[in-house]
Design a protein around this ligand. Structure first.
Ligand code: HPA
Length: 265
């Protein structure tokens, strides 16, 4: 199938990352913390789709954090750009091919649970796939999804968060919507009724693909704004990017100590 093939050059294959990190909208900057840093454009891997969204840079960074080999994708692609769920998950298959066994997925998300506050992080405990698209269509069948987001990795993040004294780390259910438009207030009320705490347009296809390949997944949502109708103001992509940028430093501090611990459990 043409949309699921890719070619990794030897210059990239020679890196052997154990942990992969995907950075969502406005969450760039982590690469600066990498030691022995080398970066490539997405275009270096034939078949890896490239994003058209502002705030998604389209770079792959390799390096180490506390002795752990890491690959960081700055930018990702989405259904709303016209890609299929399988194409959206190509990067995860590339990571798997490179040797990644632990995958950290981040995103910007709107708040559905009105008890949550913008600018804070939410550990994804589970998801609602409301797009009805799957990266596994025509491929792996009947994959168990009881624990898509690793309970061990979530516990580790909570412990690290207590230790680094960072602000509140929420935990909740992420609803995956097609976009590209934001939701209506009625849709936000519907999502709350369905059990969602946050809403976004990414991450779920990558998580499903990663689980099908046997990887451990950690999902982190940056709560950039109240969902439509929960505050008086209209939503803007600029605000999403800005809040994400401010909250990124906190996540990076947390990940710097958590990543070396992740490979031990
Ligand atoms: N809705 C959907 N996706 C989002 C939002 C939102 O409110 N904020 C950031 N990504």
């Amino acid at each position: 199938m043409s949309d699921s093939t890719f070619e990794i050059p030897n210059s990239i294959k020679k890196h052997h990352p154990q942990v992969g990190l995907v950075l969502g909208s406005g969450l760039g900057g982590f690469a600066e913390l990498l030691e022995n840093h080398e970066s490539f454009d997405f275009s270096a891997i034939k078949g890896l789709p490239e994003s058209t969204v502002p705030g998604h840079e389209g770079k792959l960074h390799f390096g180490t954090i506390g002795g752990v080999n890491l690959v960081v994708a700055q930018g990702r692609v989405h259904l709303y750009e016209g890609w299929t769920a399988k194409e959206v998950a190509t990067g995860v298959r590339v990571f798997h091919e490179l040797g990644v066994s632990t995958l950290i997925l981040t995103n910007a998300a709107g708040i559905v649970n009105a008890n949550f506050k913008p600018g804070q992080w939410m550990l994804m405990s589970d998801h609602l796939n409301l797009t009805r698209q799957s990266p596994l269509t025509g491929e792996a069948r009947f994959i168990d999804q009881t624990h898509v987001y690793s309970p061990q990795l979530r516990e580790l993040m909570k412990a690290e968060s207590r230790e680094t004294g960072s602000s509140r780390l929420y935990e909740g259910v992420y609803a995956w919507m097609n976009g590209p438009e934001y939701e209506t207030p009625a849709e936000i009320r519907m999502l709350r009724t369905l059990g969602a705490d946050a809403v976004g347009m990414s991450t779920v296809p990558e998580a499903i693909q990663a689980r099908a390949l046997g990887m451990r997944v950690l999902g982190m949502s940056c709560l950039t704004n109240y969902g439509a109708g929960l505050s008086g103001s209209p939503l803007s992509h600029g605000e999403v990017i800005e809040v994400g940028r401010d909250a990124a430093a906190e996540l990076f501090t947390l990940l710097e100590s958590a990543i070396p611990a992740m490979v031990e459990i």
